[in-house]
Design a protein around this ligand. Structure first.
Ligand code: SF4
Length: 326
């Protein structure tokens, strides 16, 4: 009667020993993130990533003790969150016709590479542009304006323009009482500054007349405002109203999703990329994936000469593999 208990005990000890050896192996890596080449390899799966619609089991490779990370990175990465979300996908996978292989490992690697949160978007993104001491309505208006300014414009330039606008007084009422030329001068040199000055002025007038000087709560209504597109509207609701209504896909998210094979097939527009991503990426990750990928695109997976040789996903990403193998 004790034999099964003894065998079970022996089995547990073997598993613990195996895990301990695995962790020891992983603690010897070399890269900006790891301390030896071996660990870098161990972060990669053996299978090739594809865009096939084949349903796959989700394999969680994160170690709860160390996560395979150095200590500071380990503190910052939301390992448990990814595990929990990935588990929910396992439950729902029958409803998901497309699921990129190893997406959870790839995402986790990006979280590691972004652990310092020192990309321009982290310091100067839309969330950082609004005046935290303002009323909720004014903050939401400022989030909307910063996103309007950010199109075709670097975060640093948007941030500087927002500082000037806030100093001038960035509320619906103040903008209504400000000449368009003055707004244009304040926001110069953001991309399309003349057009944007006109959009901002007209938007403030509409908000005062139709929304009690607040901003609309839906993507549809926001898209009716002058100069507001889909990505802007989604991010405005996500950040301004703190409601997760979609994935904000800008040029960085669009490019990286295609490089990683996170779309069913190569997509031509950010809107198509958004649809594909929302089809399989677990909803609890929608909010964070925008900032995560935008910062990753600013620092690592840049439009030209991405840093594939030091990327933790170089063996998982089709582009990384092809560049590294050359
Ligand atoms: S391997 Fe290269 S292309 Fe792929 S995610 Fe990393 S940096 Fe981007």
């Amino acid at each position: 009667m004790f034999l099964p208990m003894i065998l079970n005990h022996v089995n547990r000890i073997s598993t613990a020993a195996f895990n301990a050896i695995k962790i020891m192996e992983m603690n010897s890596r070399k890269s900006p993130y790891f301390t030896s080449e071996e660990e870098s390899k161990s972060a990669s799966p053996s299978k090739r990533q594809t865009r096939s619609g084949k349903r796959q089991a989700i394999r969680i490779k994160l170690d709860e003790t160390t996560g395979g990370l150095n200590e500071s990175a380990n503190e910052m990465v939301k390992v448990k969150k990814v595990k929990k979300v990935a588990a929910s996908v396992e439950e729902n996978k029958a409803d998901k016709p497309f699921l990129p292989e190893n997406w959870d490992t790839v995402l986790h690697n990006i979280q590691i590479m972004r652990a310092k949160k020192d990309a321009p978007v982290d310091q100067m993104g839309a969330e950082q542009c609004a005046d935290s001491a303002s009323s909720p309505e004014v903050k939401r208006f400022q989030v909307l304006i910063s996103l309007m300014l950010s199109s075709q414009t670097k975060d640093q330039v948007t941030f500087a323009a927002m500082e000037k606008l806030k100093k001038h007084g960035l509320s619906v009422e103040n903008i209504i009482n400000t000449d368009e030329d003055v707004i244009a001068n304040l926001i110069h040199p953001v991309g399309f500054w003349k057009k944007k000055a006109s959009y901002i002025k007209r938007t403030a007038t509409i908000l005062a007349a139709q929304y009690n000087s607040d901003i609309p709560q839906t993507v549809e209504e926001l898209c009716k405002l002058p100069g507001v597109g889909q990505k802007m509207a989604v991010l405005t609701v996500n950040i301004g109203w703190k409601k997760s209504v979609g994935i904000g896909v800008d040029t960085h998210v669009h490019r990286i999703a295609n490089r990683l094979g996170w779309t069913r097939r190569p997509t031509k527009t950010p809107e198509d990329t958004q649809k594909d991503l929302e089809d399989w990426l677990p909803r609890p990750l929608w909010d964070e994936v925008n900032v995560l990928l935008v910062g990753f695109g600013q620092q690592h997976c840049t439009p030209i000469k991405p840093q594939c040789s030091t990327c933790l996903n170089k063996n998982l990403c089709p582009v990384g593999r092809s560049l590294v193998e050359k």
